[in-house]
Write a protein that binds this ligand. Structure first.
Ligand code: PMP
Length: 419
């Protein structure tokens, strides 16, 4: 494996800790060391590891077979559960990753509107489809104008990809309005995540998402909600809280109950581009789509995630965000706590955070976060070197949340951190 790695998001220098097993909110490494898992496979394990009912469900399915070239009933059950919960989802199709889900949503939007371009936010991460990757983390030399950010294609993508992507500055009403207006006849969709992790989870201005909905609706541009991560924020979907109906939604992570998954979902009208009985427009293959092991795990997981379960988890999120804020305050360390529901990020800065550019110097590239990650591992917590980020799972209780805050506190001491 080049760099000894097969997934850049989990690389850690000089080498990462290798896991042996997981149970609940704990993971044990190959040397037998136990730690609290605050990453949960990048937010996908909302019930933590080895949930007994998910295991039973998966084992029952495995005995019957892992994957077939015939559809299985369990995929209908998961589809029905999701369609019934989320007001803006009439129809859904499964795939195997969040990247695929975003790709399919973009293709559906292009096919439905007959337009080539998409718009996305500077710094936002949406997986590894070429168009979604444009300007996912540009360095300041490539930024261009603040009101009209340059579209930067990732190495490995054709530079032409950037021509079909309009890069928008987060929370900038004026620039977004102008850019959408000037591309209105060529834009198929605006792609947005209500809580973009690549932007350090800087919250949207309270009116921003509504503004995007109005601007897109006006010009027949589709709104794609990337809820691959943010679907864990609410029983009814991440956009519900904002009272907005996106045309398409990309799902992944928690709906697979720990197994590889993705899904594209949306209004019946737009989703009809996938309907082979009505002259299918967008071809959607995938050997492992809606495989019964993933869908069985996802169904059991989503059933356990009742309104009350979401509520409890989100309240724990409020608790840890508040405790972190108070800890930094007591230590007189400038910090800003972002996040929502069961997700949080602590930025070691009290500068106003508005958009990707305002994160400069405090983003995941700041070496302090790598040092903190190493020290947090020593303090018994699995975190990430790409920011002081955390994600909760249902087996956690206050004890684990307090342990996280204590681990940060001690790590700052060990590192002798001075702002
Ligand atoms: N969109 C968002 C918002 C994500 O957080 C991720 C994964 N972290 C993806 C898309 C891509 O999902 P996957 O890794 O399953 O391809």
């Amino acid at each position: 494996m080049p760099g000894g790695n097969t997934r850049h998001s989990i690389a850690l220098s000089p080498y990462p800790v290798y896991v042996s097993s997981g149970n609940g909110c704990l993971v044990t490494d190959v040397e037998g060391e136990e730690r609290i898992d605050f990453i949960n496979n990048f937010t996908s394990l909302i019930l933590g590891h080895a949930n007994p009912d998910v295991l039973a469900s998966v084992n029952r399915q495995l005995e019957k077979g892992a994957a077939f070239s015939l559809p299985s009933e369990v995929s209908i059950e998961l589809a029905e559960l999701l369609v019934n919960r989320v007001a803006y989802i009439d129809q859904i199709r499964f795939c195997n990753s969040g990247s695929e889900a975003v790709m399919l949503a973009i293709k559906a939007a292009r096919s439905f509107t007959g337009r080539p371009e998409i718009a996305k936010f500077e710094g936002a991460y949406h997986g590894i489809y070429d168009y979604a990757q444009v300007s996912e983390g540009p360095s300041s030399a490539d930024w261009g104008e603040a009101e009209a950010p340059r579209s930067v294609a990732e190495s490995g993508s054709s530079p032409k990809v950037a021509d079909d992507v309009v890069v928008l500055p987060w929370n900038n009403f004026k620039a977004c309005g102008q850019l959408i207006n000037s591309h209105k006849n060529r834009l198929a969709a605006v792609l947005v995540d209500v809580l973009p992790a690549g932007l350090g989870m800087i919250a949207p201005h309270p009116e921003f998402l509504r503004f995007l909905r109005e601007q897109t609706e006006r010009f027949g541009i589709l709104l794609i909600s990337d809820e691959v991560m943010s679907f864990r924020l609410s029983y009814h979907g991440a956009m519900q809280k904002h009272g907005i109906r996106p045309d398409l939604t990309a799902l992944g992570k928690i709906i697979g109950g720990g197994f590889p998954v993705g899904a594209v979902a949306g209004s019946a009208q737009v989703m009809s581009v996938f309907d082979h009985t009505r002259g299918m427009k967008v071809h959607h293959g995938g050997t492992f789509n809606a495989n019964p092991v993933t869908t069985a795990a996802g169904l059991e997981t989503m059933k356990q995630m009742t309104v009350d379960a979401f509520d409890r988890l989100n309240k724990m999120g409020d608790y840890i965000r508040d405790r972190l804020a108070r800890m930094f305050q007591d230590r007189r360390i400038p910090a800003t706590i972002c996040g929502d529901g069961s997700l949080f990020v602590a930025h070691l800065s009290d500068a106003a955070l508005l958009d990707y550019r305002s994160l400069k110097g405090f983003s995941r590239t700041n070496p302090i976060y790598v040092e903190l990650c190493h020290e947090m591992l020593a303090q018994g917590v699995v975190s990430t070197p790409r920011g002081l980020f955390g994600c909760l799972s249902t087996p956690m209780s206050k004890a684990e949340l307090d342990a996280f805050v204590t681990a940060v506190d001690r790590s700052l001491n060990v590192l002798n951190y001075r702002p």
